[in-house]
Design a protein around this ligand. Structure first.
Ligand code: SAM
Ligand code: SF4
Length: 454
């Protein structure tokens, strides 16, 4: 694990006291949550906590929660129940809960889990150290939820989990109101970080030895519309190409409506911008898209894909889809299946619709029965897998640039890395290649990964 804080100083040397206490961190949900957890570890390090992978050693257990689906939320309370047993075995240890479930529940979380010591939200991560110290001193739960991000976004310390590829959040929140989605409620309105701050962070990462950054946002393609002067993601990619020496830049998650020509052009023209587009469509049927309030129809999406493929023929395109949205008919679902085949996605995250609080679709009458949703999900997944396999077969015999991320979890003699198009490639090689760009010839593929030779 690489330990850095902003300002190029190793965080070990900028912590005010030698780490003695241990923190165990568990993260549910998306890349934004993973990035937030890295900031939480950085913040806690400043009050003397070092991360441990052994929960039983921990003086503080932190759960960074996800509310996107009901299952993720239920998992929070079952984890907390288990953590309470561990807490009882280690008197003085504490439990802190952050993330989207904490933002939504606030103090009500203590009704279901009264043994929790700290509850904090998605807008006040920087308050975590103070809240932990407060709960420790008063021996009473410290609960603090902010409804918005602070006007001036604080620059947070960070301890990263990966020392080759780093997350860099560039925009927080979401201004859309998709009728199924809880994100706008728990993450608030869009707020971009300034390009100067983002570029400084990328340059520091490059100097610390990172080869790749992924620019993050719930709606990363909307980057910069709220800044003065306005700027868009294409401009930021061009600046990252011209002003930093980082080898690769990616971005996640795009919204089809905001993936403007300028962004596609920048990916085509900027050398370190990777040819990878994650653009969730959610459904392949116009009536469903309208009821989801997505703001585009299938033809609009087709045009975005055409534009990408005309400009960047080898680009990978991945997507998210929800099946069993209230009122979705069998025919409408089959249009989603056909669209997966027509577009030929490189991969898709698929999910059964899950009714969420504060969202309109949750109270609509025509809910699709659970067994029907899961049957549709299984069918869609099998088609996604066939289509992804076909896409990956196009790589057979080709030599691709791979960023080596480390040794494979299953086999220490093999290396694992990613292509510019975000495909996982496993191959034999020396661990000294970690962090390097190497050329690998693809020998075999499955729907999720490839094997090759240096
Ligand atoms: N902003 C991105 C977009 O508009 O496409 C998506 C971000 S959202 C955090 C990640 C994914 O979660 C969505 O693309 C959607 O497929 C899924 N999701 C959101 N709400 C859901 C729900 N109520 N049930 C099932 N899946 C959901
Ligand atoms: Fe949720 Fe829609 Fe915003 Fe994506 S664009 S985070 S799906 S509300």
């Amino acid at each position: 694990m690489k330990q850095v804080c902003l300002g190029e100083v190793a965080i070990d040397s900028c912590a005010s006291e030698v780490s003695q206490k241990k923190v165990y961190m568990e993260t549910f949900g998306c890349q934004m949550n993973k990035a937030d957890s890295e900031n939480m570890l950085g913040l806690l390090h400043e009050i003397g906590f070092a991360e441990t992978a052994e929960i039983k050693e921990a003086d503080l257990m932190v759960l960074n929660t996800c509310a996107i689906r009901e299952g993720a939320e239920d998992k929070v309370y079952s984890y907390l129940g288990h953590w309470n047993t561990i807490k009882k075995e280690k008197p003085g240890s504490m439990i802190a809960v952050g993330g989207c479930v904490a933002q939504d529940a606030g103090a009500a979380l203590l009704k279901r889990a009264p043994y929790v010591d700290v509850v904090f939200g998605t807008h006040n991560l920087q308050r975590l150290p103070d809240l932990v110290l407060q709960a420790d001193q008063t021996k009473k739960p410290a609960v603090e939820i902010w409804q918005e991000l602070p006007e001036d976004l604080p620059e947070l310390p960070v301890i990263r989990n990966n020392d080759v590829s780093a997350w860099v959040s560039i925009i927080y929140g979401c201004d859309y109101n998709c009728t199924y989605c809880i994100v706008p409620y728990v993450r608030g309105r869009e707020k971009s970080r300034s390009p100067e701050v983002v570029l400084k962070e990328i340059e520091e990462l490059e100097q610390a030895g990172y080869a790749e950054v992924t620019l993050l946002g719930q709606n990363v393609t909307a980057y910069g519309h709220d800044l003065e002067p306005k700027i868009h993601l294409g401009d930021l990619l061009r600046l990252a190409g011209a002003k930093t020496r980082i080898k690769r830049v990616r971005f996640l998650t795009g919204h089809p409506r905001d993936l403007k020509t300028e962004i596609i052009d920048a990916v085509a023209e900027v050398e370190n911008a990777c040819e990878y587009f994650h653009i969730p469509i959610q459904a392949g049927d116009d009536r469903t898209l309208r009821r989801m309030a997505r703001g585009y129809n299938v033809d609009f999406y087709r045009k975005v894909v055409d534009q990408i493929r005309t400009r960047i023929p080898d680009a990978a395109i991945t997507s998210d889809m929800i099946v069993g949205f209230p009122g979705e008919t069998e025919n409408e679902f089959m249009r989603t299946v056909s669209l997966v085949e027509e577009i030929g996605f490189d991969a898709c995250n698929t999910a059964a619709y899950s009714p969420r609080p504060h969202t309109p679709a949750a109270s609509w009458e025509a809910q699709v029965p659970e067994n029907e949703k899961y049957e549709r999900l299984r069918f869609l997944n099998s088609v996604v897998s066939d289509v992804a396999h076909k896409r990956n077969k196009q790589y057979l015999g080709k030599t691709v640039e791979v960023l080596v991320e480390g040794t494979s979890l299953r086999n220490e003699d093999r290396l694992t890395g990613r292509t510019r198009t975000n495909k996982i490639v496993n191959f034999a090689g020396s661990s000294a290649l970690k962090g390097q760009l190497v050329n690998v010839r693809i020998e075999s593929v499955n729907p999720w990964a490839m094997r090759g030779e240096l």
